[in-house]
Ligand binder design. Structure first.
Ligand SMILES: CC(=O)N[C@H]1[C@@H](OP(=O)(O)OP(=O)(O)OC[C@H]2O[C@@H](n3ccc(=O)[nH]c3=O)[C@H](O)[C@@H]2O)O[C@H](CO)[C@@H](O)[C@@H]1O
Ligand SMILES: C=C(OP(=O)(O)O)C(=O)O
Length: 455
């Protein structure tokens, strides 16, 4: 069955990940989970790395790709552009971007598909480098607040790219007569913005310095991959990158890191549901302050080699700051705490002992889903669009199962965690939002003992 699907997929890129536009989970709460789970390859790394495959006409082999909607959509975009996309198995793909049809970027199909994912924004630099022009419809991704593109646009402009914005069609058109290295102080520490500018500079004429660059592990992975392809990037892992432009890049092989957001999601899920689980092969050295942040919420993490074991918690108590002040969890660009785990921390605090202020600084519409948690019985005060105070219930009362809809990818998983911990049955609609970023999440959690039915 699997093999048939893979063959199918090689010929027309039909995806494994369900492509429904909404979908529903029926979750019976109260079952404890147990066992081992392997995190998928990182979604946000995969989107950078797949885009980078357009930088060379030679084959690039990608391993540990997650089979999720956003990744498959980006692969479809590359295939539409004329790249050969050979799926070797569920997590392995070879991409050869030899004969690219730049006109495809103007097609209705391209515009409509590129609008659906954030990752499409990173196709600009490779196309500008190799073909001198690129088109970008306003990219999609989570509707979690304003997501401006200034960092990308100003960076590419500094390198010699021109752009025009068609405000009626929401389409940017980029052209260049040749990119030239320069000094760039990035407008803000943007992850995808840095990826775009790094890729543009890698094949530009001369030296580029990027200051205020994002430096998170997935960006480091992109820079390392580019260097294996023949680029000359120094300062990897810092916010000051020096890039000596080269004439061309060759093929390579690349393996995605485990997805740190999935790992954090499983830690929160284990604590909330009082489950004993082991998350395998976490690449702990690349998790930054994620483990420490969950430990500050009172969750015990036993590190065993590269595995994280979370024992069953009857109780977990949120720590105070050293001066006795109320714990605040807030997001910041790497090496700070990732914004993509804020919703997970929020839901995890519901059954902790003590209180925590969740301060989501980067995005302004990510906390509104708390109304559903409040309906389930959680004690949360939404202070303003950026801040919510959670008053932990210490398991004095369980949440109640309700019907709800998933507004975005991380809120969706947070609602799933709440539903798994709740008394009774919950219905979560619009789970296509969850499928954007979590591979076969229902199947993998069922294997740990969860009761989830996909409708
Ligand atoms: C496909 C992908 O990789 N998506 C990730 C990427 O999105 P993306 O690259 O789109 O996000 P950016 O890093 O550009 O910025 C995220 C948001 O934070 C704001 N901002 C950023 C830096 C800063 O110093 N101050 C500030 O307020 C930006 O204005 C923006 O609203 O990085 C985000 C931040 O880690 C993650 O949430 C997304 O999951
Ligand atoms: C916000 C996210 O994704 P995207 O940038 O693709 O919308 C996320 O992964 O949490």
């Amino acid at each position: 069955m699997l093999l048939e699907k893979i063959k199918n997929r090689e010929s027309n890129l039909t995806t494994f990940a369900p492509m429904t536009d909404n979908g529903t989970f029926i979750v019976e709460g109260g079952h404890k989970l147990s066992g081992e789970i392997i995190p998928q390859g990182a979604k946000n790394e995969a989107l950078q790395i797949i885009s980078c495959c357009l930088m060379t006409p030679e084959p690039v082999l990608l391993e540990n790709l997650p089979d999720i909607l956003d990744v498959n959509k980006l692969l479809d975009l590359l295939a539409g552009l004329g790249a050969e996309v050979d799926r070797i198995d569920r997590q392995t793909v070879r991409i050869t971007a030899k004969n690219i049809d730049v006109e495809y970027m103007l097609s209705k199909e391209y515009v409509s598909d590129a609008q659906r994912i954030r990752g499409s924004v990173m196709l600009i630099a490779p196309m500008l480098n190799r073909y001198g022009r690129a088109t970008l419809p306003k990219p999609g991704g989570d509707k979690i607040g304003r997501r401006r593109l200034d960092t990308h646009l100003l960076g590419l402009q500094a390198l010699g790219g021109d752009f025009q914005y068609d405000a009626d069609r929401h389409i940017y058109t980029f052209t260049t007569k040749g990119l030239k290295g320069t000094y760039i102080h990035m407008d803000e520490i943007s992850v995808t913005g840095t990826a775009n500018v790094v890729m543009a500079a890698a094949l530009a004429d001369g030296e580029t310095t990027i200051y205020n660059a994002a430096c998170e592990p997935y960006l480091q992975q992109l820079c390392k991959m580019l260097n294996r392809m023949g680029a000359k990037i120094e300062g990897i892992g810092s916010n000051l990158l020096k890039i000596q432009g080269v004439d061309s890049l060759g093929g390579t092989e690349h393996r995605m890191l485990p997805d740190m957001i999935e790992i954090g999601s499983f830690i929160g899920m284990a604590a909330m549901t009082g489950s004993d689980i082991t998350i395998k092969d976490c690449s702990i050295q690349n998790l930054g302050i994620i483990p420490r942040t969950f430990e500050r919420m009172g969750i015990t993490l036993n590190m065993k080699g590269d595995d994280i074991h979370i024992p069953a918690h009857d109780h977990y108590e949120i720590q105070s700051f050293i001066d006795g002040g109320l714990m605040t969890i807030y997001d910041a660009p790497w090496p700070g705490f990732t914004p993509d785990l804020m919703s997970i921390c929020l839901v995890t605090a519901i059954q902790a002992r003590g209180s925590v202020l969740i301060h989501q600084k980067m995005f302004e519409s990510r906390l509104f889903f708390v109304d559903k948690l409040i309906d389930m019985g959680a004690q949360i005060i939404l202070c303003d669009p950026h801040r919510a105070t959670v008053i932990g219930m210490d398991r004095r009362a369980p949440l109640r199962g309700i019907s709800m809809s998933s507004p975005d990818i991380r809120a969706g998983v947070s609602l799933l965690i709440a539903a798994l911990s709740a008394e009774g049955t919950s219905r979560i609609d619009n789970i296509h939002q969850i499928d954007r970023g979590y591979q076969d999440i229902d199947g993998r959690l069922r294997a740990l003992g969860a009761s989830i039915v996909r409708e």
